[in-house]
Design a protein around this ligand. Sequence first.
Ligand code: PLP
Ligand code: LYS
Length: 419
Amino acid sequence: MDYFALRNGVLHAEDVSLPAIAAAVGTPVYVYSRATLERHAQVFAEGLAGLDAPLIAFAVKANPNLAVLRVLARQGYGADVVSGGELARALAAGMPPERIVFSGVGKTREEMRQALDAGIRQLNIESEEEGRELAELAAALGKRARCVLRVNPDVDAGTHDKITTGKADNKFGVPIARARELFDALAGLDGLALTGVAVHIGSQLASLEPLEAAFAKIGALIGELREAGHTVDTVDLGGGLGVPYKAGETYPSPAEYGAMVARVTKGWNVQLVFEPGRVIAGNAGILLTRTIRVKRGVAHPFYVLDAAMNDLARPAMYGAWHDIVAVEPSGETAVANVVGPICETGDTFAMGREMDALKSGDLAVIRTAGAYGATMASSYNSRGFVPEVLVDGDKFAVVAERLSAAAIMDAEPIPDWLD
Ligand SMILES: Cc1ncc(COP(=O)(O)O)c(C=O)c1O
Ligand SMILES: N[C@@H](CCCC[NH3+])C(=O)O
């Protein structure tokens, strides 16, 4: 069921018409559907129903909005965080520390301390140096840091190069071949309780095969570590499930993913942790925008939107496709270039795209923008930060205010010695 659907010719988010949101909040604006977030959270959890009490930790980087996190916390979700800021958000949204895991290749000492103070479930350590620093810090605080070792299985996830994380030359994790040696070095340290492994090979995966290949390598590693006398009670399988960005595309379902995981992890006898991001939030959000100008081009017209690459970076950054549709489609289609107003040629959402015809003033929607959308926004060209709205049935609320260019200027003092 699509909670972003036409009703009497007008696109709605659940029971709220998008023109009503545009009138109240202005554009561009991200709009999230609570019902969609909840359904995705439930479908993902149901996909894992064959497993013994897995921990599902939403990858906060995908959508760190506090209201969104609160919705997921209410679904029993925990959080996968990668910075002190994300940790603070997960806690503020009501995620219990025992459901929070901390990933990331460059945790600072201060962030480690924050994690220890909060008493989170585990830190996923990514190097020997990090493990030693954490051990020393925890011991000094009279604690033992619960942690797992993130390994790099050298598996090609078959996704965009910039979001592949499990190939040998990527910065993430430690080479799987060194895992045993690092367990030998770290597991005995006073300040550490190193009792598991983590793996995450990339994002927007279109196939389960690379995941299965990576998980099989983890299975072999568990045997090797246990044989060497180490405890392995936790395995964090990361996130990565892709979602359709084009109408009609299909991706592996959470049920297929869960069945594969159940088959591969049979007999592991560990607590499994999952870190889904995009599959939960991606199709739970859209970017609502207004057409500022329709400009004649050589081959195709340019539709200049009031949303730009600073609001949604994915097309400029990865050449990513997002469907773009009119909020009140006239039934006419056109072939157009869809761009933002920023002074970069890369500020382009689509080139030569057959789509709903738009004229100046028309509202349009960029779909599948609930993950890695607002969270990657900037204020480039001094456009301010895009606001966010959460819809719940027939009501909606601003859950992130527009941070205006003026508000940003307020945080930029000019030193008096420049006078
Ligand atoms: C460690 C880690 N876990 C989880 C995720 C979430 O990935 P996705 O949004 O593809 O599920 C990411 C991002 O790729 C990540 O780096
Ligand atoms: N930002 C990326 C995903 C990165 C995943 C982070 N590990 C995207 O929009 O597709």
